[in-house]
Ligand binder design. Structure first.
Ligand SMILES: [Zn+2]
Length: 270
């Protein structure tokens, strides 16, 4: 079982801010999210990407408006969840599970599109977000207003799933109890941030989400120092989390990052 990924938006970012020794030219970062066709659970989404809810939804807070203007994402119509799912014969109401890798706006923006879904995410991180002030959340790019009504009741904490060992990775959480999708804690970027390993895929695959922005930054000599570390929730954990991805890749595994603009074999091209 292997996921496929859509690209919901292009976000221009100066390469030098996300890659040590990078150039100051702007690179169009992707905002990927994924679809799994699980034999028992049915279609499962991995995050939702950027959607109009972040950019034009009614009643948005001043903080969210400022954040969106700062990043100025360009939404890609064909990569929005409704269009992506339709290409695969699905509607939003078909989605019963969404894996939320972390609570940044570009990962949770479209959760409100899925009234039938339950959410597999870090429950402890959610509790901390709810206990923080709006300013503290804004500083880390978290906007609880994007979480759908009743999120807490539909949340299945990933950390409650059984622990399982995956080759060439630290122990993770077996999200569906069959070893197909394993959440691997990758602290640093955001509170509760985890990646997803697919040990039963034809080629062992790890979705490293936002551990780094660019694949080139997995090289320790090119991991960014500033300002990427400034906006990280736990900057001291970025280096060890990046090393987890690098070791997996060096052992022959396939690693994808959410924002790397280089095409990947698991990108949806239909
Ligand atoms: Zn993020």
């Amino acid at each position: 079982m292997t996921p496929i990924f859509a690209n919901s938006a292009a976000v221009p970012a100066p390469e030098a801010t996300i890659l040590r020794h990078g150039r100051w030219r702007r690179v169009p970062l992707c905002v990927r999210y994924g679809l799994i066709r699980h034999p028992q659970q049915g279609p499962v989404l991995i995050d939702t990407g950027y959607t109009h809810h972040s950019l034009a939804g009614p009643g948005r807070s001043v903080g969210l408006r400022l954040y969106s203007r700062l990043l100025s994402p360009h939404l890609i119509a064909a990569g929005q969840p409704e269009a992506f799912l339709a290409r695969h014969g699905l509607e939003p109401r078909d989605i019963r599970h969404i894996i939320v890798t972390h609570y940044h706006a570009d990962h949770i923006s479209g959760l409100g599109l899925f009234p039938q879904a339950r959410f597999l995410a870090n429950g402890a991180a959610f509790a901390r977000i709810m206990a923080r002030s709006g300013w503290q959340n804004l500083r880390h790019g978290v906007f609880p207003e994007l979480l759908p009504h009743g999120f807490a009741d539909r949340l299945d904490p990933a950390e409650s799933c059984p622990t399982v060992q995956v080759p060439n990775l630290p122990p993770g959480r077996d999200l569906f109890g069959d070893g197909t999708v394993v959440a691997i804690d990758l602290p640093g970027h955001a509170d509760g941030h985890f990646g997803l390993a697919f040990p039963k895929a034809a080629c062992p695959f790890l979705y490293g989400v936002d551990t780094q922005w660019l694949g080139a930054a997995l090289d320790p000599a090119r991991s960014p120092i500033w300002p990427a570390r400034l906006i990280a929730e736990m900057p001291g954990s970025l280096t060890p989390s990046t090393a987890i991805l690098r070791r997996f890749r060096d052992a022959g595994g396939d690693v994808m990052l959410c924002h790397d603009p280089h095409p990947h074999s698991l990108d949806d091209v239909s």
